[in-house]
Design a binder for this molecule. Structure first.
Ligand SMILES: [Zn+2]
Length: 104
């Protein structure tokens, strides 16, 4: 059981709207990402469901049909975000640092 974010009465977690006050309960953030190959006619839709803390990835084609989908829990989604984030700038090797010092 969860509580309504507006009237604080108990309701089922699956309810999208509060049965007591009709306030929306399920918050969903959606973003589309174009595929790297525009001729493929595919896009990635990422839906973030709050408060369930699930992230759903779905591949859509140009007809608006979902071709595949998978949901990740919050931990796996965070791991994915870390994976696709820019890698940290490469540190120069110790040898390169020494060469720089010698040139000065
Ligand atoms: Zn309510």
């Amino acid at each position: 059981m969860v509580r309504c974010s507006t009237c604080d009465r108990e309701l089922e977690a699956a309810h999208r709207y509060c049965p007591w006050c009709a306030a929306p309960q399920r918050r969903k953030l959606v973003e589309f990402f174009r595929g790297a190959d525009p001729t493929a006619g595919r896009a990635l839709r990422v839906s973030r469901y709050l408060p369930e803390r699930l992230v759903r990835f779905s591949v859509w084609d140009e007809t608006g049909t979902v071709r595949a989908a998978v949901s990740l829990d919050e931990d796996e989604a965070a791991r994915l975000a870390e994976f696709v984030a820019d890698p940290p700038a490469a540190r120069p090797s110790l040898l390169d640092e020494l060469r720089t010092l010698v040139r000065r």
